[in-house]
Design a protein around this ligand. Structure first.
Ligand code: PEP
Length: 264
């Protein structure tokens, strides 16, 4: 069975007090729900929180005893260490207790000009240091309008991620995030999401094997919220979500987590 995952990408948001308040509200909700789910033979999906770098250790400490809640970084550098002022290495992220790192988010591809080669180097650093890369891919609107969206996503995956062998790829998570849906309030329809997720899974099957394709978690991201999460998650190839804006509101984020529990 594939892992079901709800990930919260806080981006460059929240002051320390706000971050602490968000986490404590989330913790209360998780505590409250855990036992009642257990009594119904259900459990929460894996939750991964991606705070900004300065908050990682705090969030790690808070959830240290919580099975199923982990913490990741929103980025890492592509080199092991060295004279890269202001940058953070995968090894550092790992040593402070984080387990995941987002690589290839569209904001980094567009605002920081991160290309496929660089992203491949970042995924190498992630794996080498025992971090799970959450590798983002997705087309911009003109790609979709020109019916190029499948090719664009295939290219991003082949160049950035598919350098891995099958055992390495088994450690990665893929997030399909149509760029036109990120932070815009426009969501892919459940049909559009399923179509692309099934395409990505077939790509893995064709490039590697069906067993690996069936094992890999593919998350949807792009204006996923408490209202539309259940519909998006009901698709057979959507294994959860990478959530931006709605992850900053604990009640909404928790609704999204519950929507994935109900996927069954
Ligand atoms: C994201 O940034 O990964 C994202 C999905 O953002 P939002 O949910 O705000 O569209």
């Amino acid at each position: 069975m594939r892992k079901k995952i709800v990930a919260g990408n806080w981006k460059m948001n929240l002051g320390l007090e706000e971050a602490k308040a968000l986490v404590s509200e989330l913790k209360v909700k998780i505590d409250h729900q855990k036992d009642s789910l257990q009594s119904h033979g259900q459990k929460l999906p894996e939750v991964v929180l991606f705070p900004a770098f300065p908050y990682i250790t705090r969030v790690v400490d808070i959830f240290t005893t919580y099975e199923g809640v982990s913490v990741g970084a929103q980025n890492c550098h592509h080199e092991e260490e060295g004279a890269f002022t202001g940058e953070v290495a995968a090894r550092m992220i790992k040593t402070v207790g984080a387990s995941h790192v987002i690589i290839g988010h569209s904001e980094r591809r567009s605002q920081f000009r991160e290309d496929d080669q660089l992203l491949a180097a970042k995924t190498k650093q992630a794996l080498k240091n025992g971090l799970t890369p959450v590798f983002c891919c997705g087309e911009v609107l003109p790609d979709r309008e020109n019916n190029q969206h499948f090719q664009v996503v295939a290219d991003q995956l082949q160049k950035g991620l598919f350098w891995m062998d099958d055992q390495q790829l088994a450690h990665a998570v893929i997030a399909y995030e149509p760029v036109w849906a990120i932070g815009t309030g426009k969501t892919a329809s459940p049909g559009q999401a399923q179509e692309m997720h099934a395409y990505i899974r077939k790509l893995i099957a064709d490039s590697y094997n069906q067993e690996l394709a069936d094992k890999m978690s593919i998350l949807y991201g792009g204006s996923c919220n408490a209202k539309n999460a259940a519909d998006l998650f009901s698709n057979p190839d959507v294994d959860g979500g990478l959530i931006g804006g709605a992850s900053l509101k604990p009640a909404d984020f928790f609704e999204i987590i519950l929507a994935l529990v109900n996927k069954g």
